[in-house]
Design a protein around this ligand. Sequence first.
Ligand SMILES: Cc1cc2nc3c(=O)[nH]c(=O)nc-3n(C[C@H](O)[C@H](O)[C@H](O)COP(=O)(O)OP(=O)(O)OC[C@H]3O[C@@H](n4cnc5c(N)ncnc54)[C@H](O)[C@@H]3O)c2cc1C
Length: 386
Amino acid sequence: MPDTADVLIIGGGVHGASLAFHLAQRGVKVIVLEKSFVAAGATGRSSGLVRMHYDTEIASRLAWVSFQYFRNWKEKVGGECGFTRTGFLQIVDPGMEPALRANVAMQQRIGIPTFLVTADDVKRLAPTFATDDFAVAAYEPESGYAMPSDTAGSLMAAARRYGARLVQGCTVTAIYVAGGKVTGVGTDQGDFAAPVVVNAAGAWARQINDLAGVEIPLDTWRHDTMFVVRPPEIGPSHPTVIDFANDMYFRPEGELTLVGLEDGNPLGDSPETEAGHALPGFVERAIERICRRIPAMERGRLQSAHGGYDGITPDQHPVLGAAGPEGFYLDCGHSGTGFKTAPAIGLCMAELIVDGAAQTVDIRPYAPGRFAAGQTVKGNYHNIWR
Ligand SMILES: Cc1cc2nc3c(=O)[nH]c(=O)nc-3n(C[C@H](O)[C@H](O)[C@H](O)COP(=O)(O)OP(=O)(O)OC[C@H]3O[C@@H](n4cnc5c(N)ncnc54)[C@H](O)[C@@H]3O)c2cc1C
């Protein structure tokens, strides 16, 4: 007899863990099947930025609902997510200023604490930043970053307290379908039966879709990051920043600054590719960029650099909803930006699975059928990595 559940979740990253938490909280019997260990994929490599500045209302809403979790983690989930408030700045080229203004207005309408600041204001917030290449920026005083492995780990621990089961070291190798309906999965630890199976397999999601005969445009996206030791003159901290003018983001962590680049992230590699070290040339490019924004970083020291893999879709928005055989759901394609939205997406997916529709945020624009229907999601910023 196979193990049985109401819902099987494939993948123990932050999305599998969040969905398991929200389903188990509602009394659903959940089993999470994870081929390695919790947060072994993109989640464990994530930079953990937590901000609400997006160029679509759906993404800002999901980030805002999620933010209520990050800042009240102990009460809402339990354990630690490591949320650290640093303030967040979104810097753009002057040519993108109208889009920036429109996004801030949209976020203010939702109730997000955000406003426009001048380059002089930025200089006061972060005196070592170069501020001569932009006029205004968006500022979120409440935002910052969290610790992705702690976030996924505490979501999973909470799910287990509500009765969910986690099976680690368990690779899903087959999806079973009978009469057009999902009946369970096959794994290297035997079969598991359930009427609902969710693909939360991150960069491996396309392989899982193949097992279910589901065709959705999903690729892999590699992203490298580095940590540098700040020279003392930059001070004990600085805001978290997305710097479109330099195709870069950065945030503090103790005496370190984490830097990631928005360009040069290869698509289509196998997610099994070694990523313990950054690709050749990354560190040089990242150092040059961070020194443009913080010239004093020239006196910094490289601490470490590594990479990670996420799943990415053509419009760089996630794929959420039912697809293929009845009972098969997708919670994947998070496109390099899915950490901060995971608490809300898990909640919405639980509502979709249990109630038939998400109430907290309308996630229908992220439906899997949008690519075939030519209804991809478009934001105010054009052709940028989010
Ligand atoms: C370097 C980097 C930096 C990032 N920075 C940010 C950021 O600052 N802010 C932000 O919001 N987002 C960021 N992201 C994106 C974010 O981290 C991801 O969108 C998010 O972690 C995806 O979570 P997930 O659970 O979908 O996938 P994953 O964490 O990859 O989890 C998928 C899991 O599925 C398992 N799995 C795969 N195949 C199988 C199988 N056959 N059977 C069983 N299990 C399987 C894997 O082992 C893995 O643990 C970043 C991503 C990377 C790579």
